[in-house]
Ligand binder design. Structure first.
Ligand code: SF4
Length: 289
């Protein structure tokens, strides 16, 4: 199978078969995001998608999970997604879960009934980039939606019975807005009540608009300790229960994983312990952790 350009997937889909149903991201404007900068968004032809599935069937004896890429594959019309999910059921009867990246815009374009239908056909988990719950941060990074849109979109997925995994980017508010970013992100997460919360830490690539803002002194990155303080603020405010919390991506300074609410105190203690260490530089912190 020939993938078009670089293909991204959530850490939890590391062992999944990845099928590109779209190329790129239909929004592609976020100032911090470099992932699909070189791709012009388009929906792939159904025959090409089915060919990839057929090829994979020949290649792999058992496929338990399939992940539909690229950036916001839920941009596909419901009928087309239905056809893909039905085809997956037909040729991969052993597949237990299909996952998908989605944007709030594309969830909002679908009805709850559409989502319920997709869920009944095997769509088991949707990954949504909240990035931040703060409207100011969302506007600054050109996410294209407000926190209210995020709440509406997230609740729709939960209501449809599709598991929801939400990503938040630590440090996205920079020095100026870190507190607002933490407080508002916790508020939105508490309202949506997702099944999973994943924290990534902001990494800025040279080809992004944010890189230029940093060079121009318009955005100040957080230091390692400041990121931990922000995570502590967010975690302290989370009231969601029955939710898996993970901050164990390669970008994160401190590896945190647990179930909310039962592990919240342990996670907060881990952060406090890390904050009590003496760090001079980012490298030193990496070595110590
Ligand atoms: S962060 Fe998500 S929505 Fe924004 S440009 Fe990147 S892939 Fe698209």
């Amino acid at each position: 199978m020939n993938y078009e350009g670089a293909v991204y997937r959530p850490p939890s889909e590391a062992r999944s078969l990845i099928i590109q149903v779209t190329i790129g991201c239909s929004h592609n404007k976020c100032t911090f995001c470099y992932m699909y900068k070189n791709k012009q968004f388009r929906v792939r032809k159904i025959e090409d998608i089915k060919n990839d599935l057929d090829e994979s069937r020949i290649q792999y004896r058992e496929v338990k999970r399939i992940f539909l890429a690229d950036g916001d594959a839920l941009a596909l019309k419901t009928d087309k997604l239905k056809e893909i999910l039905e085809y997956i059921k037909l040729i991969f009867p052993e597949c237990e879960r299909v996952g998908i990246y989605t944007s709030p815009q594309n969830i909002l374009r679908k009805s709850v009934d559409d989502l319920v239908l997709l869920s009944s056909l095997g769509l088991g988990i949707a990954y949504l980039g909240l990035e931040s719950g703060s409207d100011t941060v969302l506007e600054n990074v050109k996410k294209g939606v407000t926190s209210s849109d995020m709440i509406e979109a997230g609740k729709k997925v939960v209501k449809a019975g599709i598991k929801l995994s939400i990503m938040v980017i630590s440090g996205l508010g920079g020095r100026e807005l870190w507190k607002k970013h933490a407080v508002e992100s916790a508020r939105i997460l508490n309202e949506i009540k997702p099944n999973y919360i994943g924290l990534l830490t902001l990494l800025v690539e040279p080809e992004t608009e944010m890189f230029k803002q940093i060079q121009a002194g318009e955005f100040q990155l957080l230091k390692a300790k400041e990121v931990l303080l922000e995570t502590k603020e967010l975690l302290n405010r989370l009231t969601v229960d029955g939710c898996t919390f993970r901050s164990n991506h390669a970008s994160n300074y401190l590896n945190l994983a647990g179930e909310l609410n039962e592990d919240k105190e342990r996670l907060l203690k881990q952060i406090d312990d890390a904050l009590s260490w003496k760090f001079g530089t980012k490298d030193e912190m990496y070595r110590r952790l």
